[in-house]
Design a protein around this ligand. Structure first.
Ligand SMILES: Cc1cc2nc3c(=O)[nH]c(=O)nc-3n(C[C@H](O)[C@H](O)[C@H](O)COP(=O)(O)OP(=O)(O)OC[C@H]3O[C@@H](n4cnc5c(N)ncnc54)[C@H](O)[C@@H]3O)c2cc1C
Length: 359
């Protein structure tokens, strides 16, 4: 008989987990407190990468997920990954060089480029650097569209999706999670996957589990649509910027979380002014809106994937960099839930390093 799995959360992580489970033949129900598409997900910059600043095991997971994006791109109708490449000079030259040597030795396709080649990749950069790095294999998705394509795909494979369905608590019997409580009562199941982003903390608290999860804010500004001024992803010391499918420039200033700002409007206007100083062709195009997303970030910065405290019937999938990681996490969670096989690539990311019983 097919295993019944409830997935709580239809952001990019829950959507990917649900798609993989439905494809593998599980009886899947996805519940989201709002419309599918997530909270962090819809406010994400959505760069798919295995870039600098991470230890090798985490690089390996990210790189694997970049490969899994290529598989999903082929298999999921309506999904469209743009392998546009990333151009960066957001580190001092000696650190850029260190990154190129280190990641190059790990098999990442980092190329050193000078001013002329920077301009070949991105002709509209106003003050091109003398030294930058280009990674052709990096990409981007429109995050909301990607999550919706996965959810539609899961539905097409038989998953049930309940919208505007807030999970109030997890239901336990004899130490095993057996379902979720919603307004209409308790839905029983064999497994519950918590892919609820920042909402994971409250759900786990309902069965006496506390997790160390931070939710730093992340500000992004979006311009009005314009003709093509950028071809790929651009990471400068001041900001990162790319152009969306609709032609909007979308930019942020910090990957780990913007400092909490009292004056978000003012911070957005300043950031957009910097965009206009960097990208030629944007000077006469106004900012359209800004978003303040909250990154679900485990306290040590790495993902939490697995069964918290070995609790039967329960699986957790919460992380930052979820756009990059969603395809691999969906696949690995599915294999662990249905076949009991845990991939070595996720072995460092068991939730228990940041989880404890709270009573
Ligand atoms: C500004 C910003 C920039 C980012 N840039 C990048 C980037 O460039 N590359 C990258 O890889 N990652 C990036 N990230 C991180 C990435 O967006 C997140 O890691 C990812 O979106 C998390 O997805 P999720 O599905 O876990 O969470 P969410 O998208 O937050 O989805 C969680 C879902 O769970 C639902 N939910 C919560 N509680 C309940 C409940 N009790 N009952 C029912 N439903 C519930 C919510 O309604 C929501 O739909 C960025 C994030 C931000 C904010």
């Amino acid at each position: 008989m097919a295993k019944r799995v409830i997935v709580v959360g239809a952001g990019i992580i829950g959507s990917s987990v649900a798609w993989h489970l439905a494809k593998a033949g599980a009886e899947v129900t996805v519940l989201d407190a709002a419309e599918p598409g997530g909270i962090a997900t819809r406010n994400s910059w959505a760069w798919i990468n295995a870039s600098w600043g991470n230890p090798e095991p985490y690089f390996r997971l990210r790189l694997r997920s970049m490969q899994e994006w290529r598989r999903l791109d082929r298999e999921v109708p309506g999904l469209s990954v743009d392998w546009c490449g990333g151009l960066l000079w957001d580190l001092p030259p000696d650190k850029l060089e260190h990154y190129a040597v280190e990641h190059g030795s790990w098999g990442y396709g980092v190329r050193r480029v000078g001013r002329t080649e920077v301009l070949k990749h991105e002709p509209n950069i106003k003050k091109p650097p003398d030294f930058a790095l280009h990674v052709a294999e990096e990409g981007k998705v429109e995050p909301l569209e990607a999550a919706l394509a996965l959810i539609r795909g899961a539905e097409g494979l038989g998953a049930r999706v309940l919208r505007d369905c807030h999970v109030k608590w997890l239901e336990e019997e004899d130490g095993r999670v057996v379902g979720v409580a919603i307004d209409d009562g308790v839905l029983h199941t064999d497994e519950v996957v918590i892919a609820a982003g920042a909402g994971a903390t409250a759900l786990l608290a309902s069965i006496g589990i506390s997790i160390e999860l931070d939710t730093p804010p992340g500000l992004l500004v979006s311009s009005k649509p314009m003709g093509e001024v950028l071809r790929g992803l651009v990471m400068t010391p001041e900001l990162h910027v790319r152009q969306t499918g609709e032609g909007r420039l979308i930019a942020g200033a910090d990957f780990s979380g913007s400092p909490h700002v009292d004056d978000v409007e003012g911070a957005a206007a300043t950031l957009y002014g910097q965009v206009q100083e960097i990208v030629a062709g944007s000077e006469n195009v106004a900012m359209n809106f800004h978003t303040l997303g909250y990154r679900p970030t485990p306290a040590d910065g790495f993902p939490m994937i697995g069964r918290p405290l070995n609790r039967e019937g329960l699986y957790l999938a919460v992380m930052h960099s979820g756009i990059t990681l969603a395809p691999a996490v969906g696949l690995f969670a599915c294999n662990e839930l249905l076949e009991g096989k845990r991939d070595n690539v996720i072995s460092p990311y068991h939730p228990d390093r940041l989880v404890k019983a709270s009573d």
